[in-house]
Design a protein. Sequence first.
Length: 228
Amino acid sequence: MKKFLIAALCVCFVSTTIAQEKEDDRLHESYTVMKEILATPDKGIPRDLLNKAECVVVFPSVKKAAFVVGASYGRGVITCRSGKAFNGRWSAPAMFALEGGSFGFQIGGQATDFVLLIMNESGANSVMSSKVKLGADASVAAGPVGRDTSAETDVVMKAEILSWSRSRGIFAGISLAGSTLRSDGGANKAIYGKELNARQIVREGAVRTPAAAEPLIGLLDKTSPKHM
């Protein structure tokens, strides 16, 4: 019985370690995506939009094949500006999942990165719910691209969420209407060691930023330190 308990504890420890390493990789990949996109302002997200955003969501390496069969989903992270008025530093990240939807231009099983900016408190509150359907529970529109985009069009001004995609080096706005976002509870537990939802992590400050997420949060703090 003693040997069985020791073996069970070893299996549990190894499983937990593997799960945490997997989520650490997700955080590193999300940082890489944002770093590369922000490094090309002429072909990336307009800086004025990032300054106006209250939250950022990054989904690295989403594959169409998963959506064709409807059996899998993209996995990413969300971070929001802290403080009641969203005017503080970027928060510790929560793990998020992207499900369903049709990303028309994708070919075969190629990987595509997605970045979403949540532009107002209503949108932020929506994505903090248990599950939100884009285009129904929260308005979503394809985001504009380029350093000098004024971002004053009706579509951009009225959307709660703006979304972009990057595939084979091409970065463009894309609407993810019909997709759903939800908190990835299992991944949050792997990172933080306890059951937490996105609101507790991102808005209530229940945990500190883990080491694996410091590059991503540091990048956002440096690039967009103030909420305009």
